[in-house]
Design a protein around this ligand. Structure first.
Ligand SMILES: NC(=O)c1ccc[n+]([C@@H]2O[C@H](COP(=O)([O-])OP(=O)(O)OC[C@H]3O[C@@H](n4cnc5c(N)ncnc54)[C@H](OP(=O)(O)O)[C@@H]3O)[C@@H](O)[C@H]2O)c1
Length: 284
């Protein structure tokens, strides 16, 4: 697949927005799938489709060589992804790259990891050229804490557990390689940063980058959930608490070399992320 045409789902999201330029830099033709024409991605072909609309999805996947399947934040995310994968196969798409998550397992106590494992199993059965990417916790998830970080602190129920957090730019650049080169069929790549860091170490990196003291505060699950109540639906909040319990048990600390192996350069460290995003954590 020399210069494939690639459909990017979640093209306005954290990974997708970095994947579009990464694919273009590798010579691929990109079709961005967006839900809202008003949020079209500049410089590439756009197609408007919601994963909830199978007719629009069936049109969106027509004529592309490969698809990048992002997971939407939805309670029925697994069913939506499975239907998308079926429609892609029916349209004759030859390659599907699935965004899953570190430690996806059918028997995981974390609902998101069970959902991802269900989609992975379905995609493996489809008979397409497929690759699964399992990224760990996104460094960019810290941007969700920017409000309190601007005030000098952030809190989560994770204790001193280390997590091999990854910059979403590295997920995108790795995905671009997988979508445009051969040799990845049937592979599952776990994507992590170059080391596992505690949230205390993340606070230190943010302090250094911003020149202000930023501290991490451990909070119990109940306090964390109470602070987020009303900001997201209950299923998502419960899932987030499960995610953090998994991190706190030290289950997301392993470091993998896939980013370097596939892109040929080191994965970004938390200090790189903090430096590049310092302005977004500025005091208001
Ligand atoms: N956050 C993490 O640390 C992390 C770590 C590992 C894996 N993951 C996985 O990555 C997934 C996505 O991450 P995220 O929460 O950061 O989201 P994201 O990729 O930044 O954003 C979601 C994207 O999906 C699009 N989208 C949402 N619902 C859609 C629908 N029904 N039809 C079509 N497109 C839809 C959104 O479009 P609009 O712009 O229109 O909203 C947006 O482009 C999660 O579900 C998670 O399982 C996340």
């Amino acid at each position: 697949m020399n210069t494939p045409t690639v459909l990017v789902t979640g093209a306005t999201g954290t990974v997708g927005s970095a994947l579009v330029p990464a694919l273009r830099a590798r010579g691929a033709t990109v079709r961005a799938m967006v839900r809202d024409a008003g949020r079209a991605v500049p410089g590439v072909e756009n197609v408007v489709a919601d994963l909830n609309d199978p007719r629009a999805v069936a049109t969106a996947v027509q004529g592309v060589d490969a698809v990048f399947l992002n997971s939407p934040s939805a309670q029925d995310a697994a069913a939506l992804q499975i239907r998308f994968a079926d429609l892609a196969r029916d349209a004759g798409v030859s390659r599907l790259v699935l965004l899953s998550q570190y430690a996806a397992r059918v028997d995981s106590p974390v609902r998101f990891l069970r959902w991802h494992a269900e989609v992975e199993a379905h995609v493996r059965r489809l008979g397409l050229d497929h690759t699964v990417l399992r990224p760990n916790l996104y460094m960019q998830a810290l941007l969700g804490f920017a409000g309190t970080i601007a005030q000098g602190w952030f809190a989560a129920p994770i204790g001193d557990a280390a997590v091999s957090v990854i910059d979403t730019r590295d997920i995108a650049e790795t995905a671009a390689v997988v979508l445009t080169t051969s040799g990845h069929t049937g592979r599952t790549y776990t994507l992590t940063g170059p080391r596992a860091v505690t949230h205390g170490q993340i606070a230190q990196a943010l302090s250094t980058a911003t020149g202000r003291e930023i501290t991490f505060q451990e909070v119990p699950d109940e306090q964390f959930a109470a602070a987020l109540t009303g900001l997201m639906p209950p299923w998502q909040l419960d899932g987030l608490v499960e995610d953090y319990a998994h991190y706190a048990r030290g289950e997301a600390a392993e470091v993998y070399s896939c980013v370097t192996d596939l892109t040929g350069r080191p994965a970004r460290d938390i200090t790189d992320f903090a430096r590049d995003h310092a302005a977004m954590f500025a005091q208001t």
